[in-house]
Write a protein that binds this ligand. Structure first.
Ligand code: GTP
Ligand code: SPV
Ligand code: MN
Length: 583
């Protein structure tokens, strides 16, 4: 063991001394290791085998009913200075944070195996990738990390070369929500998570490392870690544009990243680079480029069917781990919106009874390797990433936000991102459907003060000579009866095409105080089943409503006090004045 790995070994020993596992297993990431872990979990009931004829190598995990989503109220960013975490984060001083969480780790792994998982976020040879090691007592976490990250020996070799890695310590503990904490120590590049086995709380490479810790690192190192999908849109003439799109949790990233062009759009192709997280950096030519730190998907299951997302529907028929879905009588996985089969056993393992609510949990998830996705782009492995044409922000809004609009310039685009609001979803515990501010879809994930984050975003104006254009989308506008105005899913390609045409200067737009909206014929609506009224509602704005919205954005920004960048305050004031003039 080299001196660089000695630090890792020492940490593993220290953790073992505190948590007292029965055994320690260093993960290599091989298929044999995966199969052995699956067998062990099938034997002890952690996993159930699904129908191996129709769903080969698919397994079901039913989690504790108290442990089915992220827990933002139990998630902390522990910086030395409270203001560095900002009003957007829960905070405790690092020493106190360590004491509190370490107490819960005392003997937490007694009788269990402790797994040491070296992993690499991003292509294994990319200079933009970052490594981590997660220590966990959950074999379910290990198999998920195997599907979601470049895990095992190659990552350990990179750690040995570089000598640096993010330390993530995880234990499922006793799953008591009172004894659950997700703690981040960005100054130490470390994470401690206990009391939950659920995705974002337990797969520490994902939100904890690749967003909270990485966003903090990105600020000091000059890059961005974002809650964004990366998608390639190839035209019939073979021109491909790459777009990054930030949408809050359960607001359509996975679906957009692998959409299938409708029959009315012949010759168009979609390539998936990533469905949840993008790391963005400026290359030597001043071009913003993105890599996806992940190599698999932890996706929302409900709503996935042949029509909405055939790519996902097909890719989860084999080599998939399902969490908290229902089962049919012949042990196929079942969920609301699947459109085939009937539930027989619900997500809590009970005989299905509609009186108990949905058969699958609304936040039930699939875990699959990206290689299962037929639209996976080989460029997802490119060390330099892909050049980004457009950045798109969005939210889930019944009202107000139009289908799509373009910001005026970078500064205005940062305001558009900072002003994002969205209805809450089942991805976090708590009330669903409440509109809240979710700037850049990063409210739960930014590892430092949003004011400093917006300043960092604004600074890219000077770092890059080829900045992408910034847009805002909303697939979720509803009519008075609660029906979606926009058909969504594959038809969203029409909006992506408008975005690309705007970037290429190929289509006119209507200038409004909030930005540029499509003209009446701006979006291709050929063969689209949509009424003229709906289209008009989707592509116009209500100035009075927007004056209220901009005032509310102004109040929100002021929560950040004198750390708020002047440029953002001025831009909010400028738009406020434009709206006043227009009314
Ligand atoms: P996270 O993994 O939580 O970050 O979610 P996500 O942003 O990847 O969301 P996902 O694509 O999984 O979609 C969440 C839910 O929104 C699913 O139930 C989808 O069926 C639904 N959805 C996605 N795209 C659309 C759309 O264009 N229109 C409508 N009406 N629903 C959509
Ligand atoms: C999200 O909640 O945004 C997810 C799922 O992508 S989790 O990994 O749990 O964060
Ligand atoms: Mn997400």
């Amino acid at each position: 063991m080299t001196s660089k790995l000695a630090a890792l070994k020492q940490w593993v020993q220290d953790v073992a001394a505190r948590t007292e596992p029965a055994a320690i297993h260093w993960c290599t990431g091989t298929d044999d290791e995966y199969q052995a872990l699956v067998s062990g979990m099938l034997a002890d009931g952690t996993l159930t085998s699904l129908n191996q004829d129709s769903y080969p190598n698919c397994y079901l995990h039913l989690s504790d009913p108290n442990d089915v989503a992220r827990v933002e109220h139990l998630t902390y960013v522990c910086t030395s200075n409270k203001d560095d975490a900002g009003p957007n984060n829960n905070w405790i001083a690092p020493a106190e944070g360590h004491d509190k969480v370490d107490a819960l780790f005392e003997s937490a792994m007694r009788g269990r195996t402790m797994y040491v998982i070296p992993y690499c976020m991003g292509p294994i040879d990319s200079p933009h990738s970052r490594c981590g090691v997660e220590i966990t007592d959950s074999p379910y976490v290990v198999v998920n990390m195997k599907l979601m990250t470049r895990m095992g020996t190659a990552a350990l070799e990179r750690i040995e070369r570089e000598g640096t890695f993010v330390k993530g310590l995880h234990s499922t503990g006793d799953l008591d929500p009172e004894r659950r904490l997700i703690m981040h120590f960005p100054e130490e590049l470390s994470i401690k998570s206990i009391g939950s086995g659920y995705g974002g709380n337990a797969l520490l490479g994902k939100k904890c490392h690749a967003l909270r810790i990485a966003s903090y690192q990105g600020r000091t190192e000059g890059w961005l870690a974002e809650h964004m999908l990366i998608v390639g849109v190839e035209s019939p003439t073979g021109e491909t544009h790459y777009i990054c799109c930030a949408l809050p949790s359960a607001c359509g990233k996975t679906n957009l990243a692998m959409l299938i062009p409708p029959a009315s759009q012949p010759g168009w192709k979609i390539w998936t680079l990533g469905d949840d997280i993008a790391w963005l950096h400026v290359d030597d030519d001043g071009q913003l480029r993105a890599i996806n730190p992940e190599s698999g998907y932890f996706g929302v299951v409900p709503g996935t069917n042949q029509k909405t997302n055939k790519n996902a529907f097909d890719m989860i028929t084999h080599d998939t781990i399902f969490t908290n879905v229902a089962q049919t009588s012949d042990r196929e996985p079942w969920w609301e919106g699947k459109k085939v089969g009937e539930p027989s056993i619900d997500w809590q393992g009970r005989p299905y009874d509609p009186a108990n609510g949905p058969a699958a949990h609304p936040n039930s998830r699939f875990t699959v390797s990206a290689t299962n996705n037929p639209s996976y782009s080989s460029l997802a492995e490119a060390a330099e990433g892909v050049p980004i044409t457009a950045i798109v922000f969005g939210g889930r809004r019944k009202e107000l936000a139009p289908l799509v609009y373009q910001s005026r310039d970078w500064k205005n685009g940062v305001l558009v991102g900072a002003g994002v609001a969205s209805e809450t979803t089942a991805a976090n515990v708590g009330e669903v459907g409440v509109v809240r501010r979710d700037p850049m879809a990063m409210k739960p994930f930014c590892g430092y003060n949003f004011a400093d984050y917006w300043a960092h975003w604004l600074s890219f104006d000077k770092r890059s000579t080829k900045l992408p254009k910034i847009f805002h989308i909303n697939w979720f506008r509803q009519d008075d009866e609660g029906r979606f105005l926009w058909p969504g899913f594959g038809e969203n390609l029409r909006v992506l095409r408008w975005i690309i045409d705007r970037c290429e200067g190929r289509v006119d737009a209507i200038e409004t105080p909030i930005g540029f909206l499509p003209t009446a014929d701006g979006i291709d609506t050929r063969d689209l089943a949509i009424s003229q009224e709906a289209l008009e509602a989707l592509t116009t704005i209500d100035i009075a409503q927007w004056r209220e919205e901009m005032a509310s954005i102004g109040e929100y920004l002021e929560l950040y006090g004198n750390r708020l960048p002047d440029a953002l305050r001025e831009e909010q004031q400028r738009v406020t004045e434009e709206l006043a003039k227009a009314s």
